[in-house]
Design a protein around this ligand. Structure first.
Ligand SMILES: C[S@@+](CC[C@H](N)C(=O)[O-])C[C@H]1O[C@@H](n2cnc3c(N)ncnc32)[C@H](O)[C@@H]1O
Length: 387
């Protein structure tokens, strides 16, 4: 039996603060997960599950196969344990590999030495078993990740390739764009449902409205991209089948999603990205100051990532937040989810958030400030993320 037809030990990585959202997504997708360790959520499954996880999970950063786990406090032990793994069955013929290492609180301290010892051990085993004189180098090498924490080594094989936040629609880089996985996470944390209005008043390159449109119409986040596992035996066929499954699930619901930005260039990018993601007909982008927004609908949801006041040209940020709050208060029964590192967000709003959650936007520590409007009569709240 080849390596990939067996049940595999797997895990999905996720940024700090979104673990519960990813677990909920995994369960909804029939992937049975157990606990969470250092931002990785373990689960078991076949190569088909690897493909489904890569295709359908909106908040996962990557999906890995866990190849081995052992204790090593010397380079000899590391070399021996790595040599026991059946690399000749795992790495397809003609495929190059890159080894990455992360080390924490361990005797083997230098990641670069861990990387080179590991690569040596892998190369020696493959060359011996396959009668080769050297390992090939390919444009898209498979990535083996070594994580050492308190002398416990875990060996991962990356099945995603490019990080999963790269959906394939963001071809132009805007100013301070939000990661797609984080945008999706905030939406999934919110009470937004496809029958409620969603507004991003500081939309920038449009990440939040685009991710909402993908969620609202059940468009898989990975539908426009490729994955590393496609080079595994049987991987291409499983990829094709997963794409077919993803296409069959797409809905065409009318959504009310709005994105405003004062910067015409940002709106230009947002429109292009929405077209790239195939969701432009579900979103109304407008070059406008958020102060001018009004709506006849009640129970709408604002989900946004305003300027944080960290750039010189952002003006009086306190005033911007005060005006934003005035606009928000003029809306009937709306809720607001504001991701910001601005320390005086609540002070400028003149009101404490109903709930806060610490999240990182790249390296910046932020809070998701959550202000809840009154619940609509038919209760949508039950299904939402209340942790
Ligand atoms: C942090 S960026 C948003 C990034 C966005 N989430 C993305 O993924 O690209 C903040 C945006 O707020 C916009 N902005 C600043 N003041 C505004 C105002 N008064 N009304 C509308 N947009 C404003 C800026 O032009 C900028 O694009």
């Amino acid at each position: 039996m080849d390596y990939y037809s067996a049940n595999l030990k797997l895990c999905a990585s996720v940024q700090s603060g979104l673990e519960a959202v990813l677990k909920r997504e995994m369960t909804a997708n029939g992937l049975f997960c157990e606990g969470a360790i250092n931002g990785r959520i373990p689960f078991q499954g076949t190569l088909k599950d690897v493909a489904r996880a890569n295709m359908f999970l909106r908040t996962a950063s990557r999906v890995f196969i866990i190849l081995a786990s052992f204790k090593a406090d010397t380079f000899d032990t590391l070399y021996e344990e790595i040599s026991v793994i059946p690399w000749e069955d795992i790495i397809p013929n003609g495929q190059g590999i890159t080894v990455l290492a992360k080390v924490l609180k361990s005797t083997l301290m230098a990641p670069s030495s861990v990387q080179s010892i590991t690569k040596k051990a892998i190369a020696a085993r493959i060359m011996k078993r396959k009668n080769l004189t050297r390992l090939p180098e390919t444009e898209n090498n498979l990535v083996v990740e070594i994580s050492i924490n308190s002398d416990i080594v875990t060996v991962f094989l990356d099945t995603s390739g490019e990080s999963l936040h790269k959906r394939g629609y963001r071809t132009y880089v805007g100013r301070a764009p939000l990661r797609e996985t984080l945008a999706a996470g905030i939406i999934l944390l919110s009470y937004w449902k496809d029958d409620r209005v969603l507004l991003d008043p500081f939309t920038g390159s449009g990440t939040i409205p685009i991710e909402a449109a993908l969620i609202g119409n059940e468009i898989a986040p990975g539908i426009n991209r490729h994955f590393a596992y496609e080079s595994f035996p049987g991987g291409k066929e499983i990829f094709e089948n997963t794409i077919e499954e993803a296409k069959s699930l797409i809905k065409d619901k009318q959504l009310r999603i709005y994105g405003y930005d004062i910067d015409p260039k940002a709106i230009g990018l947002a429109v292009k990205h929405a077209e790239g993601a195939g969701v432009s007909k579900y979103i109304h982008f407008q070059k406008a100051d958020m102060r001018s927004f009004s709506s006849r609908f009640s129970h709408g949801i604002i989900i946004t990532n305003p300027p944080y006041g960290e750039r010189l040209n952002e003006g009086d940020i306190g005033l911007l937040y005060r005006d934003f709050f005035k606009m928000y208060e003029s809306l009937d029964s709306w809720s607001a989810y504001i991701l910001s590192s601005f320390k005086d967000t609540e002070k400028s709003f003149g009101k404490r958030a109903d709930k806060k959650r610490k999240l990182y936007n790249s390296e910046i520590e932020c809070n998701l400030f959550q202000y809840f409007g009154a619940a609509p009569k038919k209760t949508i709240l039950k299904d939402s993320m209340a942790d």
